[in-house]
Structure formats: structure tokens, C-alpha cells
Design a protein around this ligand. Structure first.
Ligand code: ARG
Length: 475
């Protein structure tokens, strides 16, 4: 079997330098085509731009460049056609495209690799992939943020308990809680934007490692391929995969955020909490228990996050201590990247879907947030207003809480005598503070849950969202 394409030798097997075919046990591992075929559209565009670059310096005639361009176009169509299959002997997508181009235009195909190595070629393809994926992720973040903002606006004054340690802590508005996720995703979008920027520098022209012998105008090629600029060091250009790591880092953080949302939805949709119901379209039944509606979508959001983090970790591992420049190690950049792109994109898409059909239970949320224990800090702050140092106030209210638990009454069920026993300065205002609602509106500080800062936050969120839309551009 001819495993090396493009061989000039009669036996059709190994390229000239080799006398032996690769061992199948090596070939199986060395062959990246099973996963790098996805680079085809980028590789084709790149080769077309490269051919035009060669024509501009007279290495190819205009007619040759055009014939190569048209041939590559036909190769693209063939690859996309149903039933198309690569050859077992195609090592990777770059060699496969060159072979297919040869089938289309004959020996001329052999000229397209002038002034280029697969090392700068693959780096350029991957940078294009990361740029496109980063902008897609930004748009998907924005779509989920859109849903969160709309939900925050429609639940702006729904009280709910806020938690620390998953213990009821202080009441907050549901709108405020939802916007916490909005801000996480807005930071994710900015991280994806950074990944796009780090992928916006074209390596092509770096050659195998030292640069190439042909004075191709790299700036023109870069502009044609949508890059903002060119790499300044050919060694760095061929050995750099920071942009992959930057994307994976953004993706890992984003998936972690979605896992926290997923986790809350799982907890909130339990009968014990009963805060939320997921749309049936995002739930599954049980194969044995007919009554069950399980929050599988939210559970999957929760569980997808570690594999994205693992992809990031894998790339850091692959690149760790790798001597300059290219090493075959770097071929291992692709599968983790593909997996992370698919995982984070489908997670973001599903998040938007979950949020579209979500239904909160106002009564349950109100009831849970009406727990007077949540006002303990309010009482302490009232004592502070009367001149009691906060630490002391904290102790007094702690005692009142203990008294109430011992008497099996809510905080407001303590008698004026019981209260005076604990503090001289606390009178009727104790009962006033325990009036519901005041605990939320007492948080008037910027970034707090009170209605006025929450309204200001919603304005800020709208501005932030517009900026992300602007930076991500349209498809
Ligand atoms: N399939 C290779 C990769 O994905 C392409 C670059 C091969 N370069 C080389 N020097 N063998 O990394």
C-alpha cells in the first residue's frame, strides 16, 4: 500500500529519502487526517492566498495562480460532496489537499508549496480556526446574556434568599442573582475576544522555522486571510500555540461558570427548594419512576465543565518544555481544541434554551426569603446606628437568635422584655427592622441588591452587552 503520497519513486511508496514504508503501528498514530480534515476550508483559503502571494513576486505566473485557485476550489467541492473519502495514504489534510490538487491540475500542484512549510501552514490554519471560534463563542455568550438580562428585568423585584455555604444568608432580588451570571459571561466574552486577538497574527511566511527564501508580501496575504498582522519572529511563529491555550482558558472558565448555573438550577428545581421549573423540552423522565421530571440539561451543564478544563490542561502539557520550534507533539493541539469548541458552544446554546423556557415560583421564593433570620444583619446594623460597635452588635443579635430558637418563635416573636435583656438601646425599631422588604431596600450601595442600584446595574448590563455585540461582529 502506498502510504506516502507524492512519491516520485517507481514503487510509489516512501518519499525519496526513505527506503522503507512507515510501520502501520506508527502510521496509525502519526496520521492526523482523522481529526485534522476539519481544517480543510481554512487550508484551502490559505493556499489560495499563498498562491496569489507567490504570483505577486513572479514565482507563479498570474495564469498559474488562477489555475491553482480554481483547482483548490474544485478540491473543496469534492471534499464536501457526499460519499467523498480520503485515501488511507493521506497523512494529514495538508498532504491530502496537495494530492487532490494534483488530481485536478497535474504537476502545477507541486508549485503551491513553494515558500511554505507545513509548520507555518498548520499554525496559520489553527489560528484561523481559533479566531472564528472565539468570535462565535462571543456571540453565543451574548445570546445567553440577552436571556439573563431579559429574565432579570422581568424578575427585578422578586425576593429570594441569597446563600453562602448554601445556607440562607441575606435576601436578594432574583434579578440581581441572575445578573451575577450575566457578568460572568461578559468576562468570558472578553476572554474570548482576547483569544481572537492573540490568534490575529499570521504565522505564514515563517516557513519550517527560519523564514522562507521568497520575499512574499506577508502583510497582503495576512489581510486577505483576515489577520490583523504578521508574526515578527519565525521561530515563535511556528512554535507558538498560545492562541489555542488562550481560547481553551477562556472556554474552561466559561464552562465552569455554566456549571455553577447548572448546579443552581438542579438544586432550585428539587422539590425541597421548588424555586424553579425547567421547561419539559429541557428535562428527561425516568425509565422506572413515572412521576419524575429530571433536570438533565442542567446536570449536563454542570458535568461538561471538567472536560473543557482538561483540554486546557492537555495543551499546557503538550507545550510544556517543548524545545523550539515545531515538534510533532504539537499535532496533539487539535483534538482537545475541537472537543472544547464543540462542548462550550453546545453548552452556551443549551443555556440560552434553558433560560428561554424557565419558570420561577414567586411564592416559594418569597416564602423562603421571608425567613426572619435573614434579617439578623439588619438588626445588628440598627444597633450600630445607635452607637454600638459592630462586633458587639453581632454578639447581641447572636444571643437574640439563640433566644428565638430556644422559645421556638421567629425573631419578631421575642417580647420587648426579652430584647431589653440583651440590649439597653434596642426598642421598637427592633420590630420595624424585621418588617419584610426593608432588608432588600437597605442595600442601596452601588452593586447592591436594592432597587435603585439594581436598575443602574441593568443599564450597565445593557451597555456591556452592546459592546460585546460590537466586538463580536456578525457571523
Ligand atoms: N499534521 C501536522 C500537524 O498537525 C502538520 C505539520 C507537520 N509538520 C511536520 N514538520 N511534520 O502538526
Amino acid at each position: 500500500m502506498a502510504r506516502f503520497p507524492g512519491s516520485e519513486k517507481d514503487d510509489g511508496d516512501a518519499p525519496a529519502r526513505f527506503r522503507k514504508d512507515p510501520d502501520p503501528r506508527f502510521w496509525r498514530m502519526n496520521r492526523s487526517l482523522p481529526f485534522d480534515w476539519q481544517l480543510a476550508p481554512y487550508d484551502l483559503l490559505q493556499s489560495q492566498a499563498h498562491a496569489r502571494g507567490l504570483a505577486r513576486i513572479g514565482v507563479l505566473t498570474e495564469a498559474e495562480a488562477e489555475e491553482i485557485g480554481a483547482g483548490l476550489e474544485r478540491v473543496g467541492a469534492r471534499i464536501e460532496a457526499p460519499g467523498f473519502a480520503f485515501e488511507e495514504s493521506d497523512e494529514d489534510i495538508h498532504m491530502a489537499i496537495e494530492r487532490l490538487l494534483g488530481e485536478e491540475i497535474g504537476a502545477l500542484a507541486g508549485k503551491v508549496h513553494t515558500g511554505r512549510s507545513r509548520n507555518d501552514q498548520v499554525a496559520t490554519d489553527i489560528a484561523m480556526v481559533v479566531g472564528a471560534a472565539s468570535r462565535r463563542a462571543m456571540r453565543l455568550c451574548a445570546a445567553a446574556m440577552e436571556r439573563l438580562l431579559a429574565l432579570a428585568e422581568s424578575h427585578v423585584d422578586w425576593a429570594m434568599p441569597g446563600y453562602t455555604h448554601l445556607q440562607r444568608a441575606q435576601p436578594v432580588y432574583l434579578g440581581h442573582h441572575l445578573l451575577a451570571y450575566f457578568w460572568m459571561l461578559s468576562r468570558d466574552a472578553r476572554r474570548f475576544d482576547f483569544a481572537a486577538e492573540s490568534a490575529s497574527v499570521m504565522p505564514l511566511g515563517s516557513g519550517a522555522l527560519a523564514g522562507v527564501n521568497w520575499p512574499i508580501d506577508r502583510e497582503i496575504v495576512a489581510a486577505e486571510l483576515g489577520f490583523a498582522g504578521i508574526t515578527q519572529n519565525s521561530l515563535d511563529g511556528t512554535s507558538n500555540r498560545d492562541f489555542v491555550i488562550d481560547y481553551l482558558s477562556a472556554a474552561a472558565t466559561c464552562a465552569m461558570h455554566l456549571s455553577r448555573l447548572g448546579s443552581e438550577l438542579v438544586i432550585w428545581s428539587s422539590t425541597e427548594f421548588g424555586f424553579v421549573e425547567l421547561d419539559e423540552a429541557f428535562s428527561s423522565g425516568s425509565s422506572i419512576m413515572p412521576q419524575k421530571v429530571n433536570p438533565d440539561s442542567a446536570e449536563l451543564l454542570r458535568a461538561k465543565s471538567p472536560r473543557v478544563a482538561a483540554a486546557h490542561q492537555t495543551l499546557l502539557g503538550v507545550m510544556h518544555a517543548l524545545p523550539l520550534t515545531y515538534g510533532k507533539d504539537m499535532q496533539e493541539d487539535k483534538e482537545p481544541l475541537w472537543d472544547a469548541i464543540a462542548t462550550v458552544e453546545s453548552s452556551l446554546e443549551m443555556t440560552a434554551g434553558i433560560l428561554e423556557g424557565i419558570a420561577f415560583d414567586r411564592e416559594r421564593l418569597e416564602e423562603a426569603s421571608g425567613d426572619e433570620m435573614l434579617a439578623a444583619t439588619e438588626v445588628a446594623d440598627r444597633l450600630v446606628r445607635q452607637g454600638v460597635p459592630f462586633r458587639e452588635a453581632h454578639g447581641i443579635v447572636g444571643e437574640l437568635v439563640r433566644d428565638a430558637i430556644a422559645a421556638d418563635v421567629p425573631l419578631s416573636g421575642l417580647t420587648p422584655e426579652q430584647i431589653r435583656q440583651r440590649s439597653e438601646v434596642l426598642g421598637d425599631e427592633y420590630y420595624e427592622v424585621l418588617q419584610r422588604g426593608s432588608w432588600l431596600e437597605s442595600k442601596q450601595i452601588a452593586g447592591g441588591t436594592g432597587s435603585a442600584p439594581l436598575a443602574a446595574q441593568i443599564d450597565q448590563a445593557r451597555t456591556a452587552l452592546a459592546a460585546i455585540h460590537e466586538a463580536a461582529g456578525s457571523a
